[in-house]
Write a protein that binds this ligand. Structure first.
Ligand code: BEZ
Length: 211
């Protein structure tokens, strides 16, 4: 059976462009993103890793480490990173796993043989400080992902890990949030002074801790 939300993220030791990484140890007590791309020296992947590189600082601010994986070898990764830096006007600092033996790809079910039996699909796993999988998504090779959306999801996950709240459609950090149904009106009134009650089940409050 494949991985599901709240399963423990499988641990592994792998060779990366930043040396050997033991995944759980490397994550420490912070958050992590593990994402795969189909292959080195391909156009969409080049733009994706370039953009991810540009917003790595945003993930760092949120205590999220970023780790990329594809089934290409180390030498290929190093050469391709030079191309990404040159063409995307960036400096890639996050590590890339050289997963030529497909160890990580198999652990995370990143090869979907009916799509392609040699390349990884575009998977993203967000992993919490408890090493549990908090979010996962899969895109086909032909569709580049929106990494701003991954950042938005991290903001939601980090907020809802701390508060009995949920985030509405297209929510952006700082906007109003929703009190989850499991919280009674009585309890909600004890915690929040500014509840906007649209329906008994649809209760908004300002985002706590928003800056
Ligand atoms: C790309 O990254 O451009 C790509 C990779 C594999 C298949 C199609 C596109």
């Amino acid at each position: 059976m494949g991985l599901r939300l709240m399963d423990e993220a499988p641990d592994f030791t792998a060779e990366t462009t930043a040396g050997t990484i033991n995944f759980h140890e490397w994550l420490g007590d912070g958050w992590g993103i593990l994402f795969s791309h189909p292959a080195d020296y391909t156009p969409v992947c080049t733009t994706e890793l370039g953009y991810m590189s540009k917003i790595t600082g945003e993930f760092e601010k949120r205590n999220v480490k970023v780790l990329a994986v594809s089934v290409d070898p180390m030498e290929s990764h190093h050469g391709w990173i030079n191309d990404i830096n040159e063409t995307q006007n960036t400096t890639v600092t996050f590590p890339l796993i050289a997963d030529a033996d497909q160890q990580v790809a198999e652990l995370y079910d990143m090869i979907h043989p009916n799509a392609n039996d040699k390349m990884t699909v575009r998977s993203v796993f967000v992993i919490g400080p408890d090493k549990k999988i908090k979010m996962m998504l899969t895109y086909p090779a032909s569709t580049g992902r929106n990494f701003d959306e991954i950042l938005r999801v991290v903001d939601s996950l980090q907020l809802t890990a701390k508060h009995k709240l949920a985030t509405p459609v297209n929510w952006q950090n700082g906007e109003d949030v929703i009190i989850i149904p499991a919280v009674s009106d009585e309890d909600a009134n004890k915690i929040y002074s500014n509840i906007r009650r649209v329906k008994p089940y649809l209760r908004y409050v300002s985002q706590p801790d928003s800056q």
